[in-house]
Design a protein around this ligand. Structure first.
Ligand code: PEP
Ligand code: MG
Length: 911
């Protein structure tokens, strides 16, 4: 037997969350620092893995459990499974990563006919004992024996209805005994055998059920959604803990608290409690609990103890804690603590505050925040005006605004959400099995439960708006509708939630972009000081550049000039350029584009002054600017019909004496006009057919266009350099960088460089002004990586285009992969991530490292960045830091995420 499968709370290593789970480790730690934790023990995650592996408990495990139970009996003076002072225990799951509500828990284990009698004798409180008993039968029935909740709930509701009470608390001992008997019958009927009376058998079945719940659908879905990998959490521990009761009278209570407000970050007592209740009542939202502050008047002495507990927890863990407590006949017990899950706003504020309170260092303030969380701060707010009136108000459980169609169950939410619909999941209360509906929904609305109910906690974790406990709404799932006063909301009706105020509106309300708080500015300022990588933005227009600036971009790492060509005033000129039959016609079109491009660059440089703006020369294949062949064929067919009509009109005009009555439009229909249009379309069609490529992304694009049509790159280079010159003339400090795409050989780069040098010399001569800029290349082909040292002869910088490089390395296209097989590859673990989102460190990473070292061997001061989409992803940023890059460039909304990730990468390396 391996006794190391089990640790008493007094002995377990509070730091070893992998082995003991987060809950177990913290129970050990709290016990060892002298907090009042009921005695108990932890069964390790290794025991869980061994169980799941062999489908049976490890030999000797139950003997060790029996020993520990013996110790609990000795410590409490109670007996497990017998006597008038019976020992009851809770059996709770807990893995290394917090997964709220995803795995199973059983309370009041140890009750059977004998101990029930003993409990009644001991407490003299029949009601209490039967209440504990019926809860145990249902939970054990559900978790360990696999019986649907609904089978029990039906009887429970029937008794409540017959007695004519709404709240569980109004049921008396006889009612609860009747319910317990009915529940025992349910178990007998459903399993074919009697409810287990042997308490050790109960315990064994419970432990096995908790172990199994690690592989339950809910838990597996949750781990997939939150990317919880086995090295983060592997298996669940089982915590067996002496029961203490919050439901033994009015001097008892149970509650949950956060050491700071998880919605705002404010340092205040935050949480909820219920007198005379068990813990699950608060979390499951079955009764709407009272705010903790109310305890100050109701139980002043215990409130003071609770404040002391709060302070002690935070001082010890140096982190916001989410704790559970129970008061049993005047004694306060702490049953659990873990790091509090907060929204991004609260994480940022608590980081700033805890540094100001000298509780944590700046370093810790940065490292404690998952960079991805900052994206939440870019959540929209509702654009409300005085005409908007809420139909109902609940608790503001998770901030942000969202609109969508009402959906009353998680399965439908998932179905519609996956089909691209915006939905709001509306439930009386949510349960862990609704989790897939949360993923698909824009927001969550419940009519029962508090700010620490399941719905609130999970929505906050996901950064989705949630209004909880909107009691004015009666949800009727069977009739697929919700009733608010006179109003009926049918499934499919659009509603809007304001998770920041708790208000619910009918119809859709537009949203406003979010704003940066001063606290976030401060935090990211600290991040920039700690980071070595610079964070630039991918931006193509002055508006996008301004937004990137607000988010703290330190320059533009990629301006895709082709995106400037698509505006309606430019596209026709670009089309003329493509259709040109000879260099002179092409040049004429380019001459018209030149001033437009120059203006674009002047604006971009001005917005970003004095930071760098990296302008990439034209990249996509030309056909992308033209309509498709099919569209053109259809347009030509339509024009031909018009032409026939115009001809017919002409015939009519000559044969009918008075045509002045014809409508204006018809008079203007001239065959010549139509012929002109037809002519242009036919030329376009011819060109489109000429430009057809079997695989355009691997064809005539990037620098290959620049070499075959040098006048295009020449115009762009001239526009960049003239803009540079103009800015200098106006006294605006600029740092332009000219970047060549799709390069495979040093000769290509050298050719473009010659043209750039010629243009520079000419302009310098014309203006008498020296031009300063950098010249460099994208590294987005495999060959460019292998030839990096030759490319660095003319390139002063490299920028890894990991969108194209990933396609090249994997030899599949992003579109085909994502539409066809990648999701399945990810689900089955063949590929852990989508390589187009998360840089493939193992494969592509090696090419990056090779190109960095070869490039720098040639040119030690070579500046190197990344501008593919992975550049905004925290794990990829860690790799870029380690690989010695100078900067990452990503879309504007990812800039704050990248700034924090860059700081964390440096800090982690220093640690
Ligand atoms: C890239 O390939 O990574 C890149 C940034 O260029 P684009 O996405 O425009 O092809
Ligand atoms: Mg590319």
């Amino acid at each position: 037997m391996n006794s190391n499968f089990v640790y008493a709370f007094a002995d377990g290593d509070g730091q070893n969350k992998q082995l003991l789970g987060g809950k177990g480790a913290n129970l050990c730690e709290m016990t060892q620092i002298g907090l009042n934790v009921p005695p108990g023990f932890v069964i390790t995650t290794e025991a869980c893995l061994a169980y799941l592996d062999g489908n049976s408990l490890s030999p000797g495990l139950m003997d060790a459990v029996r020993d520990e139970i013996g110790k609990l009996e000795a410590a409490t003076g109670r007996t497990f499974g017998a006597g008038s002072n019976p020992l009851l225990v809770s059996v709770r799951s807990g893995s290394a990563m917090s997964m709220p509500g995803m795995m199973d828990t059983i309370l009041n284990l140890g009750l059977n006919r004998d101990t029930l009698a003993g409990l009644i004798e001991q407490t003299g409180d029949e009601r209490f004992a039967y209440d504990a008993y019926r809860r145990f039968i249902q939970l054990f029935g559900k978790v360990a024996l696999g019986i649907d909740d609904e089978k029990f709930d039906r009887h429970f509701e029937a008794v409540k209805q017959r007695v004519g009470v709404k709240a569980d608390i109004a049921l008396d001992a006889a009612n609860l005994r009747e319910i317990s008997d009915k529940f025992l019958e349910v178990v007998h009927r459903e399993t074919g055998s009697e409810f287990p009376q042997d308490v050790h058998q109960q315990l064994r079945l419970a432990i096995e059920a908790v172990f199994r719940s690690w592989m339950g659908k809910r838990a597996v879905d949750y781990r997939r959604e939150f990317n919880i990998t086995p090295d983060m959490a592997n298996g669940t521990a089982v915590n067996v803990c002496t029961m203490v009761f919050g439901n033994r009278g009015d001097d008892c209570a149970t509650g949950v608290g956060f050491t700071r407000n998880p919605g705002t970050g404010e340092r205040e007592m935050f949480g909820e409690y219920l007198t005379n209740a068990q813990g699950e009542d608060v979390v499951a939202g079955i009764r709407t609990p009272k705010p903790l502050q109310q305890m100050e008047s109701e139980m002043p002495e215990l409130y003071a103890q609770l404040v002391a507990l709060r302070d002690r927890l935070e001082a010890h863990y140096q982190e916001v804690q989410d704790y559970e407590f129970t008061i049993e006949q005047g004694t306060l017990y702490c049953l659990q603590t873990r790091n509090g899950k907060m929204n991004a706003e609260a994480m940022v504020k608590t980081s700033i505050d805890m540094v100001a309170e000298n509780l944590i260092s700046r370093e810790r303030a940065l490292l404690r925040i998952d960079p991805e969380l900052l994206e939440q701060l870019l959540h929209p707010r509702l654009d409300l005006d005085s005409t908007h009136r809420p139909v109902a108000t609940g608790l503001p459980a998770s901030p942000g605004g969202a609109s969508g169609k009402c959906v009353f169950d998680a399965d439908l939410a998932e179905k519609l959400g996956n089909g691209g619909e915006q939905v709001i999941l509306v439930r009386e209360e949510t349960r862990p099995e609704d989790i897939h509906g949360f993923f698909a929904a824009q927001g969550i609305l419940t009519s029962r439960g508090g700010k620490t109910s399941h719905a609130a906690v999970v929505a906050r974790g996901m950064g989705k708006p949630c209004v909880a406990g909107a009691e004015g709404i009666a949800v009727d799932v069977n009739q697929r509708r919700a009733v608010v006063g006179e109003q009926i909301i049918h499934e499919g009706d659009v509603i809007t939630l304001d998770g920041s105020t708790g208000e619910v509106y009918l119809g859709a309300i537009p949203t406003l972009p979010p704003q940066f708080s001063d606290d976030l500015g401060t935090l990211l300022g600290w991040a920039d000081e700690a980071a070595e990588l610079k964070v630039m933005a991918n931006a193509d227009t002055p508006e996008a550049a301004s937004r990137a600036r607000e988010y703290g971009a330190m320059g533009i790492g990629l301006c895709r000039t082709e995106r400037m060509f698509n505006a309606s005033d430019r596209l026709p000129i670009v089309v003329d350029m493509i259709l040109a039959e000879n260099p002179a016609d092409r040049q004429a079109a380019l001459d018209r584009l030149l001033p437009i491009q120059r203006d674009d660059f002047i604006q971009l440089f001005t917005v970003m002054s004095p930071d760098p703006v990296t302008v990439r020369l034209l990249d996509p294949p030309m056909h992308e600017f033209l309509p498709t062949e099919q569209d053109l064929v259809e347009q030509i067919r339509t024009l031909e019909i018009y032409r026939d009509v115009a001809r017919g009109r002409q015939v009519a005009m000559t044969s009918i004496p008075d045509v002045s009555e014809l409508p204006e439009a018809l008079l203007a229909l001239s065959e010549d006009h139509i012929n002109d249009a037809l002519n242009k379309k036919e030329r376009m069609l011819k060109k489109v057919r000429e430009l057809v490529e079997t695989n355009p992304m691997l064809g005539h694009r990037g620098v290959r266009l620049g070499i075959t049509y040098p006048e295009i790159y020449s115009m762009q280079v001239q526009a960049i350099l003239e803009a540079t010159s103009e800015c200098c003339r106006q006294g605006i400090e600029v740092a332009p960088e000219i970047m060549v795409p799709q390069v495979i050989t040093a000769q290509e780069l050298a050719r473009v460089r010659v043209m750039v040098d010629e243009t520079t010399a000419r302009l310098e001569q014309e203006t008498g002004q020296p031009l300063r800029f950098k010249f460099g290349t994208m590294i987005e082909t495999v060959r460019a990586c292998t030839r990096a040292s030759q490319l660095a002869v003319s390139a002063e910088f490299f920028s890894f285009g990991t969108n194209d490089l990933t396609q090249a390395v994997f030899s599949f296209s992003r579109e085909d992969a994502e539409n066809k097989f990648l999701p399945m590859y990810n689900a089955q673990g063949i590929l852990e991530d989508n390589p187009f989102e998360v840089l493939d460190v193992q494969g592509l990473g090696q090419l990056v490292e090779m190109a960095v070292s070869r490039g720098r061997a040639q040119r030690p001061e070579l500046e190197i960045g990344i501008c593919g989409e992975q550049g905004g992803h925290p794990a990829s940023i860690h790799f870029c830091h380690a690989a010695g890059l100078n900067y990452v460039s990503c879309s504007a909304p990812r800039v704050p995420v990248a700034r924090l990730a860059a700081a964390n990468a440096s800090l982690r390396q220093r640690q």
